[in-house]
Design a protein around this ligand. Structure first.
Ligand code: G3P
Length: 217
């Protein structure tokens, strides 16, 4: 499973990228607003840093303006994936941009039918939002399973990009289901390293290091 990092914070991307943990980056208008940076400028900086796909989201609601925005975003770098919402206008924009050879990430997906439409419209990525479904007591992981089944049934090449990931367990659950990509905030990716027994075991080893005066350097 590929790891995308869901942030527009350059330092956080750099830290994970240096560890080989970043196969791509996703941003959205809320993350851009949080960064306090200009969208074009920060997106360019991220594209310079990371080789993999960098999702940058349009902000218009009608297809014509979305398309114009998408074309402008696509000019930033070859690794831009234009992110469009899963609306009818978003699907129209997805089809037009993918026909032009631009990667498209269709976002705000909350149903298997929406994912089916995005695949038909030529999406490179579909972004089902797990956490926001869990928030309203609908099983977000079940949606990932359903999309996996449907895409595999018909050989759709659209990649399942699990999004709105809130916990380390979401990451392993998505990997078990076979999501192609999971995008998560930096703190969730880091939390994957944590285990209480690792901490406990290390504390025991350190106590023995001190008792025996073990030195390597
Ligand atoms: O990738 C989409 C993500 O940014 C949304 O996450 O936690 O705001 O639902 P969240």
């Amino acid at each position: 499973m590929k790891f995308f990092v869901d942030t527009a914070e350059i330092d956080a991307i750099k830290e994970l990228h240096n560890l080989g943990m970043v196969d791509g980056v996703t941003t959205n208008p809320s993350l851009i607003a949080k960064s306090g940076r200009d969208i074009l400028e920060v997106t360019r900086e991220i594209c310079d840093l990371v080789d993999g796909p960098v999702s940058a989201e349009v902000v218009a609601l009608d297809a014509d303006t979305m398309l114009a925005e998408g074309r402008k975003l696509a000019k930033i770098a070859d690794n831009i994936a234009v992110k469009v919402p899963l609306t009818w206008a978003g699907l129209q924009t997805c089809k037009a941009l993918s026909d032009e050879g631009t990667m498209v990430n269709v976002t705000l997906c909350f149903s298997a039918n929406q994912a089916l439409l995005a695949a038909k419209a030529g999406a490179t990525f579909i972004s089902p939002f797990i956490g926001r479904l869990d928030d309203i007591n609908i099983d977000g992981l079940e949606l990932i399973e359903d999309i996996r089944t449907i895409y595999d049934n018909y050989g759709f090449e659209t990649q399942i990009l699990a999004a709105s990931i809130r916990s380390a367990n979401h990451m392993s659950d998505c990997a078990k289901i076979g999501a192609d990509v999971a995008t998560a905030p930096p703190n969730v990716i880091k939390a994957m390293a944590n285990h209480v027994l690792t901490d406990k075991g290390l504390a025991g080893f350190m106590a023995d290091v001190e008792k025996a005066g073990i030195k390597i350097l």
